[in-house]
Design a protein around this ligand. Structure first.
Ligand code: NG1
Ligand code: ZN
Length: 531
């Protein structure tokens, strides 16, 4: 096979350091950028095979999200814009770790196992974030695609969710939208402007939002969006990459974990602010009050705002659709309590990692899923979308039902259903606050978070910890869960769990309790039990 010969020649230009072992984890490969050249070339090969197998366009995004600038990473996007199916993650790991001389054998094994017709055309979309290592690494991906005879389209600098969107648009023949940046901005901004028409008499202050771009791609892209927004939303963009370092003391992950504002942003009491992460698939909101206290509105608060808005609209529209909120163990206990007991919506808890939440959300008519760290979106089933479209087009219903149906229709259009998207989530949140005439402080008071703390613990082998019950209980090593249970009993309203990270070589410890001191103390004590 001519292509295999080409792979053999080209792979020599992207050699694997002997002995290096890496794994396709929760978010693809992610590590120090200087170890990734061969991984990128090989992921170009894998994406080409996946495209031949699915007979659809596949995406490859070069990014390490919220990791430091020195790192990089790569993740594959499946035909409907979702994450690569788990059964292929193993091939990713195999290809990554096979030594140079065995590469062709591994490649041919995958072709055989998956019965891939190599004569079929392949099409792969490639995108990258703003890291200094991204241009050469994305070139390595393009080289891999070319070596196997695939066609590639290089979108250059895009956010992760933008690339997911392009892949979905391409494979649905434009039904989801146009596979261009212009198409993305116009779909979202038009939906926003339709929604914003339902807000009355907003002052300039109410239209104003401070955005922390984490010195990354999100800042570049939100600026491009700005020109499409007219005067409906006024953005002040900070950490736009012109001075600071990517993700350094800024961005959604920093703000969420440190529970404080990013550097590089000047905020006055009451100002509504949000932070994106390094590839703009996460968003958190925050403000400081008149006493200078910092208030965070994380993924849980976002899920609550969005699901209560949708639930109200469904009632007004008279549509009987099943709505659920999907969370992980990191969701604040107060949010789960509020959703289940006050809002009375179904709540599901899944393992960490967006693909788990995404799959759980697909089981409902409307599935709102958010990780506490701000990664999330809303999924509408085909049936639910159909009913909403039908009602919006119905001329025999009263004004209230009509208005609710149109709001639901525009809400569908503003959401990027392929994956969590900071830009799309931001527009939806801004639209909801505007329509409800709600300030960020009012949103914050829907429920009060239990004080909580997240810690990282370095251990020699994090894989000795195995968990069950959506990662809420440790089954190994023996005795660890009993020790955690005993510590939790010492505190009020307390909860704690540990799990190995899928993206860093650490064990994560989470604790919540009635006061910050107690949450801190519990997290500390549990981290000692992990050693
Ligand atoms: P790990 O490192 O497995 O905890 C982190 C986040 C996930 C997810 C992935 C991918 C936390 C506690 N964990 O995973 O939610 O976003 O990164 O980016 O925030
Ligand atoms: Zn990210």
């Amino acid at each position: 096979m001519a292509h295999f010969k080409e792979v053999s020649q080209q792979s020599g230009l992207h050699p694997k350091p002997a002995g290096l072992v890496l794994q396709y984890g929760t978010a693809g490969f992610r590590t120090s950028a200087n170890q990734l050249d061969h991984i990128m070339f090989r992921m170009g090969l894998l994406a080409t095979l996946r495209s031949k197998k699915t007979k659809a366009t596949i995406g490859v995004m070069v990014t390490a999200s919220h990791n430091p600038e020195e790192d990089n990473g790569v993740k594959l996007i499946d035909p409907m814009g979702e994450m690569l199916t788990s059964s292929w993650e193993g091939y990713g790991t195999q290809l990554a770790n096979t030594e140079q001389e065995d590469l062709l054998t591994t490649l041919k094994d995958i072709v055989e196992k998956e019965a891939i017709d190599m004569s079929h055309e392949a099409s792969v979309f490639v995108g990258k974030d703003t890291r200094s290592s991204s241009p050469s690494l994305s070139q390595a991906v393009l080289d891999g695609i070319k070596a196997l005879g695939g066609h590639s389209k290089d979108y250059g600098l895009v956010t992760t969710p933008q690339l997911h969107y392009m892949v979905c648009c391409q494979n649905t023949q434009g039904k989801y939208g146009e596979a261009t940046l212009e198409g993305y901005y116009s779909k979202l901004s038009q939906a926003f402007s339709q929604l914003a028409k339902n807000a009355s008499n907003r002052t300039d202050d109410q239209k104003h939002l401070c955005v922390d771009g984490a010195n990354g791609i999100g800042a570049v892209k939100v600026r491009e969006l700005e020109s499409h927004l007219k005067k409906d939303l006024q953005l002040s963009i900070f950490n736009d990459g012109s001075r600071g370092k990517l993700n350094h003391q800024c961005g959604a992950d920093f703000v969420k974990v440190q529970q404080k504002p990013p550097i590089g942003i000047k905020i006055n009491p009451g100002d509504r602010c949000c932070s994106f992460d390094g590839d703009a698939d996460r968003i958190v909101y925050y403000y400081t009050d008149s006493k200078g206290h910092f208030h965070l509105l994380d993924g849980d608060k976002i899920a609550t705002l969005i699901s209560s808005f949708l639930k109200e609209l469904l009632n007004e529209a008279g549509l009987d659709l099943k709505i659920a909120v999907v969370q992980t163990a990191y969701a604040n206990g107060s949010s789960t309590h509020y959703l289940e007991n006050t809002m009375k919506v179904i709540v599901r808890c899944t393992k960490t990692g967006v693909k788990h939440l995404h799959h759980a959300a697909q089981e409902f008519d409307i599935g709102v899923y958010f990780e506490a760290n701000g990664h999330g979106t809303v999924l509408f089933s085909r049936g639910a979308e159909g009913k909403i479209q039908q009602l919006a087009a119905d001329t025999n219903i009263n004004d209230e039902r009509k208005k609710a149906a149109l709001l639901l229709q525009n809400t569908i259009n503003i959401i990027n259903q392929t994956v969590g998207d900071a830009i799309s989530d931001m527009l939806l949140i801004e639209a909801i606050l505007a329509i409800k005439g709600m300030t960020v402080q009012q949103w914050d008071t829907i429920y009060s978070d239990l004080p909580n703390r997240q810690l990282k613990v370095k251990v020699s082998d994090r894989r000795v910890i195995e968990t069950t019950d959506a990662e809420r209980r440790a089954v190994t090593p023996a005795g660890l869960q009993d020790a955690i249970n005993d510590l939790v009993k010492k505190y009020k309203q307390a909860r704690s769990f540990v799990r190995p990270s899928g993206t860093e070589d650490v064990v994560r410890v989470y604790a919540e309790a009635d006061t910050q001191e107690n949450a801190d103390a519990l997290a500390h004590e549990v981290s000692l039990a992990v050693y």
